[in-house]
Every structure is written in C-alpha cells, then in structure tokens.
Design a protein around this ligand. Structure first.
Ligand SMILES: CC(C)(COP(=O)(O)OP(=O)(O)OC[C@H]1O[C@@H](n2cnc3c(N)ncnc32)[C@H](O)[C@@H]1OP(=O)(O)O)[C@@H](O)C(=O)NCCC(=O)NCCS
Length: 182
C-alpha cells in the first residue's frame, strides 16, 4: 500500500516477513539515530511485525511498527492487541507532522484488532491522536503468576471497532515477553 501525503511523505505498510534485509537494516539505523541507542537487540525480539514506513524523496525518514500482544483487563477475555513500537523520525525531518501521519495510518491499519496499545514518550502527544492513558494498575502475566509493573512507564490504549467496553482504571495485564515488558 502507498499513500501520497500532502507534504510529500509517502507511506508504505510492509509485513516483516516480506521486508528485505536491506530495508530492515535501514529501519534499525533510523531508530538507532532517533533514540540515540543501539536498538537492534530489542528489534530482534520482535519476530513478527508490521511496519509503517514514511519516505521523503525516496529516503526512509519516519517509522512505526506494531506487534501482536495479548492484553487482558482483570480476568476478562484476552484482547488481540496491536502494540506499537519504534516510533521515530529522522532528526532533520521532525515537526513536519510525519509521525502524526504515520500514526493515523497505523490506526487505519489495525482496525481488525481488539485494541491498540503503546508505551508513550509523551502522553499529550498521543492524546492528541485519540489515545488514552491507562490509569489502572499494570501487570505482566507469567507462568508463576502476575508481576506488578511500576507506573513510571505509562501505557496508552486506542479504542478500535472491536474493543469491548472498558474502564481505564481497571487492572491491565500483558503476556511476559523478552526485551521491554511494556
Ligand atoms: C517523537 C518523534 C517520533 C516525533 O516525530 P515527528 O515526525 O517530529 O512528529 P510530528 O511532526 O508528528 O509531531 C511533532 C510534535 O511532537 C511533539 N514532541 C516531539 N518530541 C516530544 C517530546 N519528547 N515530548 C513531548 N512532545 C514531543 C512536539 O509537540 C512536536 O510539535 P512541534 O512541531 O510543535 O515542536 C520524534 O521526535 C523522534 O523520533 N524522537 C526520538 C524517538 C522517540 O522518542 N520516539 C517516540 C517513542 S514512543
């Protein structure tokens, strides 16, 4: 899929299975520069993902991806969740609305999931785009039970057509995973 944005950002959505190695390396380099850290080890933990890629003049300048997670409110049925990761824009291309466009594209693409979720760098940034801060306690599900996770890393959710009625003050859990828990 490719959509031409008014400011020349071209958006593409690609599954990790069909992502050429060279493109994968370009994404990791972009994220490393944006976050100013080596994200390759973390990136390698995301086995199956879908990438939203923003190109400006044929160069990759913005990126976000989503992975499958299984979030659960209390003991309600688990929700198939699109969990957003690695949101980044190349420094010289920031503040042009590129990630805003990427996140709108992501929201359109994840409509068949039960829920969208992410760990934000800024709550206000994502609130603007319709995401809501989870206010209840956060837990990770493990084989030996629930681990409560501290609230220093926030979690935000995006309601989608299949999202059940939910109360953002309720306890929320996700399955344990390698790398970053939230
Ligand atoms: C955050 C980031 C992805 C935004 O990308 P972008 O393409 O510039 O985003 P947009 O143009 O859509 O939005 C820009 C707005 O983001 C907001 N913003 C950027 N960084 C911010 C921060 N650390 N805290 C709060 N708001 C921030 C500003 O309000 C900015 O508005 P301005 O143009 O008036 O300054 C980009 O700055 C980046 O790659 N940062 C480093 C990596 C990172 O923190 N990723 C997010 C992880 S969830």
């Amino acid at each position: 899929m490719a959509v031409e944005m008014e400011d020349q950002l071209q958006l593409k959505v690609v599954n990790s299975e069909s992502l050429p190695d060279a493109d994968r390396s370009t994404i990791i380099s972009l994220c490393n520069r944006a976050y100013e850290e080596d994200l390759e080890p973390l990136f390698n933990t995301f086995r199956t993902a879908t990438h939203a890629l923003g190109y400006y003049a044929q160069s990759l300048v913005s990126h976000a991806m989503w992975v499958n997670r299984w979030l659960q409110i209390g003991t309600n049925p688990v929700m198939h969740t699109a969990y957003i990761e690695m949101v980044a824009t190349e420094k010289t291309y920031r503040s042009r609305g590129f990630v805003t466009a990427i996140m709108k594209c992501v929201a359109d693409e994840i409509q068949d999931f039960d829920l969208g979720a992410l760990s934000p760098f800024s709550v206000a940034y994502y609130e603007r785009l319709g995401w809501e801060l989870w206010r209840g306690p956060l837990f990770i599900r493990t084989d030996s039970g629930l681990i409560r996770t501290p609230r220093d890393g926030d979690v935000m959710i995006l309601r989608l057509p299949r999202t059940p009625n939910l109360d953002v003050n309720a306890p929320l859990s996700a399955e344990w995973r390698e790398g970053e828990l939230w």
